[in-house]
Design a protein around this ligand. Structure first.
Ligand code: MN
Length: 133
C-alpha cells in the first residue's frame, strides 16, 4: 500500500506542486499551510513521511522537527526539509536538527518523487506503479 505523506508548506504553488507529484504516483497526501497545522495533522494522522518547508508562519520547520522528535509516536517518522533559501551549511544544520533529508527549492519535478521515496521503507514506495490516468 502506498504511503501516506504529509506536506507542510506555506507557499501555495510549492504545496500544490508537491501534492500533485506525490498524488500522481498514488500516494495519499494531506496538506498543511503552516507549521502549527502541520504538527496537528502529524499527531492526528501519523503519516509515513513528512515533507516540511523550513520557512513557515506559526511554527517554522525547525520548531516542527523539534516537536516531532520529542513525541514518542512521531519521532521515527522520516521528515525531509525543503527550503527556498539554501545557504552553505544549511543542510548540515537541518540534519543535525533531526531532518532525514534536505532539498532546496525549486524542486525538480522530474526527480523529486524518486528522491523522496528514498526515505520510505521499500514496501511503502509506489515507485514504478503510477496511478492509471
Ligand atoms: Mn515557506
Amino acid at each position: 500500500m502506498p504511503a501516506r505523506i504529509l506536506i507542510a508548506e506555506d507557499n501555495r504553488a510549492s504545496l500544490e506542486l508537491v501534492e500533485y507529484l506525490l498524488g500522481a504516483m498514488g500516494y495519499a497526501t494531506r496538506t498543511a499551510a503552516d507549521g502549527r497545522e502541520g504538527l496537528r495533522l502529524a499527531r492526528e494522522w501519523v503519516p509515513d513521511l513528512i515533507v516540511c518547508d523550513l520557512q513557515m508562519p506559526g511554527l517554522n520547520g525547525y520548531e516542527v522537527i523539534r516537536a516531532l522528535r520529542e513525541a514518542p509516536l512521531l519521532r521515527a517518522i522520516p521528515v525531509v526539509a525543503v527550503t527556498a533559501f539554501s545557504m552553505p551549511g544549511d543542510r548540515e544544520k537541518a540534519i543535525a536538527a533531526g531532518f532525514n533529508g534536505y532539498f532546496s527549492k525549486p524542486i525538480d519535478p522530474e526527480t523529486f518523487v524518486g528522491q523522496i521515496e528514498d526515505f520510505l521503507r521499500p514496501e511503502l514506495r509506489a515507485r514504478g506503479s503510477p496511478k492509471p490516468a
